[in-house]
Design a protein around this ligand. Structure first.
Ligand code: F6P
Length: 323
C-alpha cells in the first residue's frame, strides 16, 4: 500500500481534526502518501481530493469541526454513486481508506468494501457515543462537558426563580449523552430512549406542591426519548401542573462545536494512529475502538449491527441520587 485517503463523514464531532492529524502524520511516518477527501462520500463522488503533508495538519489539534468538512450524502447510498466513488479513488491511486464517522458512515464503508474491495478502517467519530466496539467515541467527552457547563449556568437562574428547567440534549437514538449529562448536572429527572416510566417518577416528584413552587429542578431530556423531546414534555407537564413555573432549553448544535477536551484529543490521536497501522497490517472493513483501555478491532458488520447499551447500574444510581 502506497497511498491512503482519509475522510470525515456524517455529523461532525470535536476531535475529528485531532484524528485527521494523527492519521496523516502516522501515514507519512510510515512512508505512505495521504489524500484528504473533502465532504465525506460527496467528495469521493466529486473527486474532491487534496494531498496532505505533515504541515497541512499543523495547528488543528485544538480546533472543533473538521478541516476536511463533512456531509450526509444521498447519492452514495446507491450502487451507482458508490461505483463512481470507487473509480475516482482508483484513478487517484488510493488503495486504502480511513473513515471517521458514525454508524451511517461505517455502513457506506462496508458497502464500498463489499462491492469494490477497497480496504477501509472506521474510527468512531460522533458525539452520541452510540457505536458498538468502543467504550467512547470521539467528541462525546467534549459534548457532555459543553452540556454540563450549560446546565451549571441554567441552575443559577433556575435557583433564583424557583423554576423547573427542561434541558434537551442531543442523542437521536441513544441516551449516552442524556445519562452522563443528567448525572453530572445533578438532574432531578433524566429522560432517555433506553428507559421507560420516567414520567411516573416525575409525577411522584411534582405531586409535592413545594417541589413545584419553592424549589428548582433540572430535568434532562434526550432528543430521542419516546416523549418526543423537551418541548413535548413541557406541554405534558404544563397540562398536569398549571402552576408549574417551567422553562425549556434546547442545547442543540452547541454540543457539536468547540475545542475538544484533552480526553477527546488523546482518544482521537490514538485511534488515528492505530487505524493506519491496521491498514498497513492488511486489515480492511473493520472499526478500531478502545475497550477497557485496550485497542480493539470490530468487523463493520458487528459495529453497525450490534447495539452498545447504556449501563443499567448508572440509570439506577441516577435515580437514587436524584431523590
Ligand atoms: O449523530 C450526531 C447528532 O448530533 C445527533 O445527536 C443529532 O440527532 C444529529 O446528529 C443531528 O444531525 P444534523 O446536524 O444533521 O441536524
Amino acid at each position: 500500500m502506497k497511498k491512503i485517503g482519509v475522510y470525515t463523514s456524517g455529523g461532525d464531532a470535536p476531535g475529528m481534526n485531532a484524528c485527521v492529524r494523527a492519521v496523516v502524520r502516522t501515514a507519512i511516518y510510515n512512508g505512505l502518501e495521504v489524500v484528504g477527501i473533502r465532504r465525506g462520500y460527496q467528495g469521493m463522488i466529486d473527486s474532491d481530493f487534496d494531498r496532505m503533508e505533515t504541515r497541512s495538519v499543523a495547528n488543528i489539534i485544538q480546533r472543533g469541526g473538521t478541516i476536511l468538512k463533512t456531509a450526509r450524502c444521498e447519492e452514495f447510498r446507491t450502487p451507482e454513486g458508490r461505483a463512481k466513488a470507487a473509480i475516482n479513488l482508483k484513478n487517484a491511486g488510493i488503495e486504502g481508506l480511513v473513515c471517521i464517522g458514525g454508524n451511517g458512515s461505517y455502513a457506506g464503508a462496508l458497502a464500498l468494501y463489499n462491492e469494490h474491495q477497497i480496504p477501509t478502517i472506521g474510527l468512531p467519530g460522533t458525539i452520541d457515543n452510540d457505536l458498538y466496539g468502543t467504550d467512547y467515541t470521539i467528541g462525546y467527552d467534549t459534548a457532555i462537558n459543553t452540556a454540563v457547563d450549560a446546565i451549571d449556568k441554567i441552575r443559577d437562574t433556575a435557583d433564583s426563580h424557583n423554576r423547573v428547567f427542561l434541558v434537551e440534549v442531543m442523542g437521536r437514538d441513544a441516551g449516552f449523552i442524556g445519562i452522563s449529562v443528567g448525572i453530572s448536572g445533578g438532574a432531578e429527572g433524566i429522560f432517555i430512549p433506553e428507559q421507560e416510566g420516567e414520567m411516573d417518577k416525575i409525577i411522584e416528584h411534582f405531586d409535592h406542591t413545594e417541589r413545584r413552587t419553592k424549589a428548582f429542578s433540572i430535568i434532562v431530556v434526550a432528543e430521542g426519548d419516546e416523549y418526543g423531546g423537551a418541548t413535548a414534555l413541557h406541554n405534558v407537564l404544563k397540562d398536569r401542573y398549571p402552576d408549574l413555573n417551567v422553562r425549556t432549553t434546547i442545547l442543540g448544535h452547541i454540543q457539536r462545536g468547540g475545542s475538544p477536551t484533552a480526553q477527546d484529543r488523546v482518544l482521537a490521536s490514538r485511534l488515528g494512529y492505530e487505524a493506519v497501522l491496521a491498514l498497513l497490517r492488511g486489515e480492511g472493513s473493520k472499526a478500531v475502538g478502545i475497550e477497557r483501555g485496550n485497542v480493539v478491532l470490530t468487523s463493520f458488520e458487528d459495529a453497525i449491527g450490534k447495539r452498545k447499551k447504556v449501563d443499567q447500574d448508572l440509570i439506577t444510581m441516577a435515580e437514587v441520587l436524584a431523590r
